[in-house]
Design a protein around this ligand. Structure first.
Ligand SMILES: [Zn+2]
Ligand SMILES: [Zn+2]
Length: 330
């Protein structure tokens, strides 16, 4: 990957497996969609990734999520922050939950986003990461926010938003439901991880990305009663056929439409013209091409305009051009 032109932009949709005992409402195996930009440290990458997440939720008609954002600095400025945080928690340690009593040694950052009431209360007054950013990290964060302002992406600065692992740097963000920000209901989470690749033994390579739990998205769509939007371009034509010869010739014809960039659908498994026209109607295509036994012999095809029901017979070698022309006048 290091020889590809940077940044390398990747996406994945994969099953994932939780190692920990899954909490209530979480599955051990789940599916995740994610995008990553590797090899670019600039703030425009962070903003672009966040913008894409924002637009994705928008295109799914999923409303009611707020973007929370924070910067957790990097290895040059974070140690001072960790020190201040430990200092802050030192004389409050008897009041935090059992897990956090260990976290002060192992992972003090995670004390900030602990979901226990007593810990949330104490975290309110804790020192904030942004006050400890050095000049470079501060400028980076400022520029990310400026990009978001420009792109009109609303955000909430959340100083309790952290990541517990050392490879995370600078920007962290999450999209959380506005009515239940404290819950585990984050729908998209991500950030910058400039140290991951070199910690794994690679050369130092900046990277950022986010991921989204698909089961959670499906649940949210159901809860909110949002219909799943149509994905991809709508088909423009339907190719109906009748008889073996026509069916066989349909494959190549279908391919020539695909090559011409015209979205076509067909149902080669069906033999009745009536049921094929019914599908064509449901797909709301503009034209249906009817390739019957006679046409397959003559080298012609019937072009039916679905709205008017008007049919014309056209030489099959001209049909792609003809459809192209008529779609253009649309
Ligand atoms: Zn820094
Ligand atoms: Zn706690």
């Amino acid at each position: 990957m290091s020889v590809r032109p940077h940044p390398v932009k990747l996406y994945y949709v994969e099953p994932m497996f939780r190692h920990d005992q899954p909490q209530a409402g979480r599955y051990r195996q789940f599916h995740q969609f994610g995008i990553e930009t590797i090899g670019d440290a600039s703030e425009s990458v962070d903003a672009e990734l966040i913008f894409l997440a924002y637009k994705l939720l928008d295109s799914l008609n999923l409303e009611g999520y707020n973007l929370h954002i924070n910067s957790i600095g990097d290895s040059s400025c974070r140690p001072a922050y960790i020190k201040a945080l430990k200092e802050y928690y030192k004389n409050k340690i008897k009041n935090v939950c059992g897990q956090c009593k260990n976290r002060i040694k192992t992972n003090v950052l995670r004390m900030l986003d602990c979901k226990e009431e007593e810990c949330k209360e104490i975290a309110k007054e804790a020192p904030q990461t942004v006050d400890f950013l050095d000049e470079a990290c501060h400028a980076h964060f400022k520029h990310v926010l400026e990009f978001l302002d420009e792109a009109k992406v609303p955000y909430i600065m959340n100083s309790h938003l952290v990541r517990g692992l050392d490879y995370y740097t600078r920007t962290v963000f999450e999209f959380v439901p506005e009515e239940n920000a404290a819950s585990q209901a984050t729908i998209i989470g991500g950030g910058r991880y400039d140290r991951l690749i070199d910690l794994l033994g690679g050369s130092k390579t900046a990277a950022a990305g986010w991921s989204m739990g698909l089961e959670r998205v499906i649940l949210a769509l159901k809860e909110k009663g949002v219909a799943v939007p149509e994905i991809g371009p709508k088909p423009k034509i339907f190719l109906a056929q009748l008889g073996e010869a026509a069916k066989r010739k349909s494959l190549l014809l279908f391919e020539s439409f695909r090559k011409a960039g015209i979205e076509a659908k067909s149902s080669l498994g069906r033999d009745s013209i009536k049921s094929q026209l019914r599908i064509a109607n449901r797909l709301e295509v503009k034209f249906t091409l009817i390739f019957g036994q006679k046409e397959a012999l003559d080298g012609t095809i019937i072009l039916r305009e679905m709205d008017s029901g008007v049919q014309e017979t056209i030489p099959v070698e001209k049909i792609v051009e003809e459809v192209k022309k008529r779609l253009k006048h649309d």
